[in-house]
Design a protein. Sequence first.
Length: 162
Amino acid sequence: MSTPGRAPSHSAVEQNVYKIFPNDLNAEQTVFGGLVMALCDRTALIVAERHSGTICVTAAVDSLNFLSPARTGETLLVKASVNRAWNTSMEIGVRVVAENSRTGEVRHVVSAYLTFVGLDREGRPTSVPDVLPQTEDEKRRYRSAQVRRDARLRTRDSLRTI
Ligand SMILES: CC(C)(COP(=O)(O)OP(=O)(O)OC[C@H]1O[C@@H](n2cnc3c(N)ncnc32)[C@H](O)[C@@H]1OP(=O)(O)O)[C@@H](O)C(=O)NCCC(=O)NCCS
């Protein structure tokens, strides 16, 4: 019997918090991009595990956009939620803002979409529950996730024929 669908609120991470210290910086004295990418991947993984109830691996990361640099002393706040699920894969959207925790001022730093695949105990892709969007924002993300998936798989298939 397949697992019933789940609302995005079932698995969402509302706020993963990371305080930036000097050892997180690159040579330009802004936050190392790989650290922010890892933070996105880790947070999205939690969402994928909560939604699917299975082991999950990152299959693809796309549209990871660095919109502005983060600096020492700021706090990274990461939000992530599942946009849509297909047979064995799910798209998780992640948004990172940098907060000046003294003033409360926030700045959008990164947005990203990650695809995770649920695996069974033998490491084979296994089916995951549908996403049941409830709010207008969730419904919009649900629709746009299909457009991104079509583009991702088209690119993957074209590269296979080269
Ligand atoms: C991700 C992985 C499990 C897919 O395995 P596979 O043999 O290609 O499986 P399939 O072709 O049956 O695809 C399984 C699902 O992944 C999706 N998928 C595979 N590659 C994808 C890609 N590049 N982009 C988006 N989705 C992808 C497929 O669309 C399918 O989803 P669906 O069932 O919802 O339609 C496999 O490629 C893998 O193990 N990759 C390494 C993962 C990893 O190590 N990640 C980093 C550490 S966690």
